[in-house]
Design a protein around this ligand. Structure first.
Ligand code: NDP
Length: 493
């Protein structure tokens, strides 16, 4: 049975949405974009785009917000983020339903990841508020007349942060960006994806209820050009972007050319999972599903390249296909559904092109490989056996439920295949042999490596890519470097 849509959700969807600036939802006359439920193809809300005047207003508000916020005490900032986490939990069902309606995410995932995990991350970041410190140094400058020197560093908030958020985890990724900014004393302007602009508008209202001052969190809607205008604006200081590699390269180059705007780029790539022959094949099949099919593979850290020992390939493919065939495909609002739609029509069409390409290049479609006709944006969970290591599906990110397999013969070949990519966000190795895992860890070129697990993130563990998968780190203490500037102070006495 699909979840009953709450009255507060119906009321929220019916509003004339636009922007959230200076603590208030702003009515505007901008062009209106339809937000479409990808499960049904129906329009569920309208959101108006910001004009360039409204971008200016948002930046002016964020600059005022920055001055207010940076002058509050660290403990106060931490408490307000904790209060916002309380409010996310109190409004959990409402936020989860809005998220599922705009993105097609399974309702269980919206409740557990988008809302509960977002609150968990927020509390983790809140804890850092009182723990951001500099260092002291003892300079060795020669002393002529008995004078001495001391030095220390300060960590100061970078200023107004532009957080550009993709459509795959529109609540959680927005929370990562706003939490990193707010806990370090920055203000933030969130630019959501045009496909999924709704949850952050509701969270901005909750932030005011949590006591976060007006202007500290603004939301500006629109397409990529609005994001670009925010990065180039003289009043912004940093961009934190999560999304695709091509857009990330454009964002990084806009940021550098504009005014050396600081940039954290968390991009996708073509992540791999390597299964060693000692690993139980039933567990390997569950591992493939965890690594490649959670949220229909629409996760930047998800694996898309799967390397299995030649002796086990046929058995793994057979068991995986049987498991995928048994998945209940249906409405994401129904708790019994195990596999929902992808988030938007252009993405469904892009996946259809990849299926055609896989066939025309002579790869074997072992399971799935078709879009599911109907008003919703459904595609079949798909398993492909690549004809060679040069297959396009081992090179380009599909960002969908498409697992491409290639056999290997020995460990050296496995490492070479896993590293055969210009990207380096994440990878996983699956083995019961700890010494083999320890030998492989230093050889794999990625920012995050999992052993016997994949995709799951924790706020205490830094996350980010190497090679063309990004610059900078989120989580842990590593994010602090990206959201603060270091000031060095030297004193003679
Ligand atoms: P993009 O990476 O293109 O967009 C991500 C965000 O950046 C959106 O908010 C987008 O706005 C904004 N944006 C787009 N162009 C610019 C720009 N020039 N300057 C500043 N901001 C910009 O993802 P899409 O949503 O367009 O999806 C395209 C493909 O990217 C997907 O099919 C998927 O394969 C991949 N993808 C990968 C992700 C990852 O984490 N690896 C995440 C999301 C998508 P708007 O959408 O409103 O135009």
């Amino acid at each position: 049975m699909p979840a009953e849509i709450l009255d507060v959700v119906k009321e929220f969807l019916g509003r004339d949405h636009a922007l959230f600036i200076e603590g208030k939802a702003l009515r505007t006359a901008g062009p209106s974009n339809a937000v479409v439920d990808p499960a049904t193809g129906q329009v569920i809300a309208h959101v108006r785009e910001a004009s360039s005047d409204e971008v200016d207003q948002a930046v002016a508000s964020a600059r005022r917000g920055f001055l207010r916020w940076a002058n509050t005490s660290p403990a106060d900032r931490g408490q307000k983020l904790h209060r916002l986490a309380d409010l996310l939990e109190q409004h959990s069902e409402e936020l989860a339903q809005i998220e599922t309606l705009q993105s097609g995410k399974l309702i269980g995932l919206s409740r557990s990841f988008e809302v509960a995990q977002a609150a968990h991350f927020l509390r983790y970041y809140a804890g850092w508020a009182t723990k951001i410190t500099g260092q002291t140094m003892s300079p060795s400058i020669p002393s002529m007349n008995g004078e001495r020197y001391s030095a220390f560093t300060l960590r100061e908030p970078v200023g107004v942060v532009v957080g550009i958020v993709p459509w795959n985890f529109s609540t959680m990724i927005a929370i990562w960006k706003l939490a990193s900014a707010l806990v370090t004393g920055c203000s933030v302007i969130i630019k959501p994806s045009e496909f999924t602009p709704l949850t952050i508008l509701r969270i901005a209202e909750l932030a005011i209820a949590a006591g976060i001052p007006a202007g500290v969190l603004n939301v500006v809607n629109g397409t990529g050009s609005v994001g670009k205008a925010l990065i180039e604006h003289p009043g912004t200081d940093k961009v934190s972007f999560t999304g695709s590699v091509p857009t990330g390269l454009a964002v990084g180059s806009t940021a550098m050319q504009a005014k050396l705007t600081r940039a954290t780029l968390e991009l996708g790539g073509k992540n791999s999972a390597g299964f060693l022959p000692d690993f139980d094949i039933y567990k390997a099949v569950d591992g493939v599903i965890e690594a490649g099919f959670l949220h229909s593979g629409q996760i930047c850290a998800a694996a898309e390249r799967f390397y299995v020992h030649r002796s086990q390939m046929a058995a793994v493919l057979e068991k995986l296909s049987a498991k995928l065939a048994s998945l209940r495909i249906g409405s994401p609002l129904d708790e019994n559904t195990q596999f929902g739609p992808v988030t938007n029509r252009p993405h469904q069409q892009k996946l259809a092109r990849y299926f055609d390409m896989a066939r025309s290049e002579g790869n074997e479609i072992v399971h799935g490989g078709r879009i599911i006709d109907g008003p919703g944006c459904y595609v079949e969970p798909t398993v492909i056996l690549a004809a060679s290591r040069d297959a396009t599906l081992l090179k380009e990110e599909t960002f969908g439920p498409v697992a491409t397999f290639l056999p290997y013969d020995d460990e050296e070949e496995l490492v070479s295949l896993m590293n055969d990519s210009p990207y380096g966000l994440s990878a996983s190795i699956w083995t019961n042999d700890l010494s083999k895992a320890m030998r492989m860890i230093p050889q794999l070129q990625v920012g995050t490596l999992w052993v016997n697990m994949h995709t799951l993130l924790d706020p205490s563990v830094p996350f980010g890519g190497i090679k063309a998968s990004g610059i900078g780190r989120e989580f842990g203490s590593a994010f602090i470097d990206d959201y603060t500037e270091m000031k060095s102070v030297m004193m003679r006495y």
